[in-house]
Design a protein around this ligand. Sequence first.
Ligand SMILES: Nc1ncnc2c1ncn2[C@@H]1O[C@H](COP(=O)(O)OP(=O)(O)OP(=O)(O)O)[C@@H](O)[C@H]1O
Length: 736
Amino acid sequence: MATLGMHRDFLLEFAALEKPVQKRVHEAFEKFASATHSGLHLEKLTHQRDPRLRTIRINNFWRGVVLKSERGDSFLLLKVLPHDKANAWASKHRASVNEATQGIEIRNDVALERATASLRAVAADEPSRLFTVASYPDKILRSLGVDTEILPIIRLIPDERHLEALHKVLPEQQYDVLLGLATGMEPEEIDRELVQAYAQTAAETPDTSDDDGLAGAMARSRGRVTLVSGPDELMEILRRPFDAWRIFLHPSQHRVAYRGSYAGPARVSGGPGTGKTVVALHRAYHLARRLPADAPNGSILLTTYTKDLAAELERCLELLVTDRTVRAKVRVVHVDALANQTLRTANGGKPLKLLVDQREITARWTRIIDRLGLDFTDVFLDQEWRQVVLAQAIRTPEAYLKAVRAGRGTRLAPLKRARLWRAVAEFEKQLTENGEFTFLQVCSEAARVLDERAGESGGEGTGAGGRPFRHVVVDEAQDLHPAQWRFLRALVPPGPDDLFLAGDTHQRIYGNKVSLRSIGVQVVGRSYRLRINYRTTREILAWAASLLTGEEPDDMDGGDETLSGYRSTLRGARPETLGCDGRTEEIGALVTRAGEWISAGVEPEDIGVAVRYAQFGRELAGALERDGIAAYVLGSGAPGPGPGVRVGTMHRMKGLEFRCVAVAGVSDGTVPMPAAITPAAVDAQRHQEDLESELSLLFVACTRAREALHVSWHGEPSRFLLPAVGPRRGHPVMNA
Ligand SMILES: Nc1ncnc2c1ncn2[C@@H]1O[C@H](COP(=O)(O)OP(=O)(O)OP(=O)(O)O)[C@@H](O)[C@H]1O
């Protein structure tokens, strides 16, 4: 039977072609996908390393490169290149099969020979070695798929920089393994996360006895090769070439997203840009496809913590799931909106009166303190209420007296607790009398309603009377409050595949430290980490990670998160930092930089400007507009998204990404934002955690950049920048 595969490079190169050439590619390859491949004219080259590599004419200027099995009817679309380059590529490369995974690998023999010669010259003067026999015996490396041709070459590599230089030369999967080892992963981890993940696909391998095993090798190359079922699927993939994430999941992503079933809650974590959202989307898709035919629409919840992020999840789900019946099984809505709806429905449909203004909330605490003559501050009371009372759903003074106040830095003797409870009782009484709720109370109450209803219906089933969903998939899980967690827990009956969580504690920006165990979500043994960054260049990643030096966030499960093995294969310019004397000068420099990016061909919508204060963002947007550069302020309420450079607070940047990012106003006194930091005198632990959240916020903003990052300040730089730029005086400083 004919089998057609498509390599990821083919899709990426196709995406960069002009429309008329794309049309020709469609026409040329449509024939491939029809059952008989008659009418195709595949040309052989005269001198080539691998006789199975053929080229096909697209038009006078462009050619495709195809790997064809010697026996049978299997094809792999590899490249679309200008005529001469296509021929040169096809003559130098060779396809082979990885010894550990049996997946297909493409290697450039000519470049490998050249690299070996130059590495020998380097090694003669440089005694250090990245992969010594003592640390990585041949047997270990061979078990990870490093073959006998590659072994002698990598023994010569002195350092990571030289390994990176071999990126395009080594067979991809072997490079993946070596980079993992070089960035701190243990061989056992590599075996589990890469080799075994590839091996899992073997079970799905088609019968390949009649085509030299090409179809099987393609099937075992997930992440780099996708098998195309027919002309419709081929055209569907080519219609959206930019969204490679829909088709080419890395095996480490695939094994998490498409695992048949988890016995209980499961979690995927990983640094920025590692594809956690992508995995969450694929998991929702997998669960939707697996539902029994009679499962009602909306049986699966895909959720996150803000409306904007939920809208983005919805947009991506539309791209991923083209079958309308399957798509209808997944409901996308953010946590607060769903809680609101749940509680409103339980209250007879009447809209809830929400108290959202933080200034008003603080003012009420102040009045209560005055009235009761208490010696607490308004900030302390508000935090105690949110982080202890609401977090643990405490409803009585007795329960509060016994409560463990984890995460609070000030001890409270029983007498003090009793006094504090009077303030809480008064505050909650006022809310009840006014018929008001805060967001967190809505979640807490909605969870209670669902639990009660499930209790009354005498079971943990889904549907009317029971829990409303069969599966819940949560993105950006690190930012949810325990009350929101309780609500999520209450939405789905405990059991296999109940909750699937994606998140990264390095990006926690709302200070909600949660122990999953304490809210009945046990992910032990079902927790996975992604380590390859698909978004950001190594230069930006290394720079942003250096800001976190010394910070070791928890993993929401009692352990520590580490960035070990976290890596990117993309390369680019180092981030640029600029210190200015004054605000006006900084704004001027930013406008100039944005103008330069646009002149270099970057679309304004692909530029993001992040600031700590909304007001500074509005000023910057105004300055851009005055200079003739359209700007759109995120979250401004303006009908959108309008055209132009995206300007927004660092909080608004969460979950977004841009080709170029400027983070502006990273000045001492602005970042961290003083008003967001609990004074150490009020609560030392909270003070520290607030500082961590502010640092995470800066980290989040910087890691939105795909290609270029520009960080600026006026006056003195933020203390968070000191590890990266050093304590400098005497501006301007330009560090390219
Ligand atoms: N397998 C893949 N193939 C191609 N692109 C991918 C793949 N996985 C992720 N990406 C791309 O990498 C970028 C980051 O992915 P995603 O937003 O899912 O990461 P994330 O871990 O959720 O990031 P963050 O935590 O920073 O929000 C996106 O542009 C996504 O399309």
